[in-house]
Design a protein around this ligand. Structure first.
Ligand SMILES: Nc1ncnc2c1ncn2[C@@H]1O[C@H](COP(=O)(O)OP(=O)(O)OP(=O)(O)O)[C@@H](O)[C@H]1O
Ligand SMILES: [Mg+2]
Length: 267
């Protein structure tokens, strides 16, 4: 681990207590190490239950490992929540709060500058495709708008490490590809460090500087693929791009193959 990493996990193991007496504890992650330099966009892909959300829980300071270290910008976050912007897999918006009240929940809970946060949020609504929707309730939003609102809430936490857990997982394919291009546009302006969980190989390669493939539980890193595609990226340009398609095939193969002795790399 180096202090220069935005995110650094070293030899981390996480277990959860057995669900019932007589069962063994669940080893969710085992000896996992991952370092992400500032400004990198990393996508994380792996089978259901392999520990992807657990990885985010660690970085968010909400899960304590049995061994290993977890640091954000060189500082341990074990037992120290709130150092990253975190959009959980099943978060969603509070139905009794308006869009504006939802997206400023972070600053409100942290008791810092709610008025300033609301002003900032209003400024950003157009970029997030929510202009004119500040005072509506989430039930009046489309699926894509809800996800953009949840993303805005995460961005307004003002952390330069963003953890996005399957933010587009529940959306139809068209909305999803449009939001991927939009997200890259937003990211290009601010260049936060992003870790993005997905089940979709196309999405994983399209967004990333680097794709990290995890093994089935207990989760560890099986393979990593650098994505040397130029930015800005558009789906229309990449659909027939040989590098894009070769990378997708390689990620798919890494997901499907038996566990090799160590991490593979095309980097
Ligand atoms: N709080 C918990 N208590 C007990 N077991 C848990 C807890 N959280 C996760 N687990 C178990 O740890 C393993 C990893 O779960 P996790 O949610 O991290 O997987 P995931 O890769 O995010 O899966 P998915 O792709 O379905 O979201 C699973 O077997 C899960 O049942
Ligand atoms: Mg998950």
């Amino acid at each position: 681990m180096t202090a220069a990493s935005a995110v650094a996990l070293m030899d981390v193991t996480v277990t959860f207590p057995a669900a019932r007496r007589g069962l063994l504890p669940v080893i969710a992650l085992q000896n996992l190490s991952l370092a992400v330099p500032p400004g990198e966009f990393v996508t994380v892909i792996g089978p259901s239950g392999c520990g992807k959300s657990t990885l985010f829980g660690l970085l968010a300071g909400l899960i304590v490992p049995v061994s290993g270290s977890v640091a954000v910008h060189g500082q341990s976050v074990i037992g120290r929540p709130g150092q990253v912007g975190y959009m959980p897999q099943r978060d969603l918006l509070l139905p009794w709060r308006t869009v504006l009240q939802n997206v400023t929940l972070g600053p409100e809970l942290a008791r810092r500058g709610v008025q300033a946060a609301r002003a900032q949020a209003r400024e950003r609504l157009p970029v997030f495709g929510l202009e004119g929707f500040a005072d509506v309730y989430p039930t009046a939003l489309s699926g894509g708008m809800r996800q953009r609102a949840a993303l805005l809430r995460t961005v307004l936490m003002e952390r330069d490490v963003l953890l996005l857990d399957e933010p587009f997982g529940a959306l139809d394919a068209l909305t999803r590809t449009a939001l991927q291009e939009w997200l890259l546009g937003v990211w290009a302006a601010e260049r936060q460090t992003v870790l993005f969980i997905t089940h979709d190989v196309d999405e994983a390669v399209f967004l990333a500087d680097r794709v990290v493939v995890m093994t089935p539980r207990p989760g560890r890193i099986r393979a990593e693929f650098a994505v040397p595609l130029p930015r800005p990226r558009a789906h229309a340009d990449l659909v027939a791009d040989p590098t894009f398609n070769a990378l997708k095939a390689a990620v798919l193969a890494a997901l499907g193959t038996a566990s090799p002795p160590g991490p593979l790399s095309l980097a």
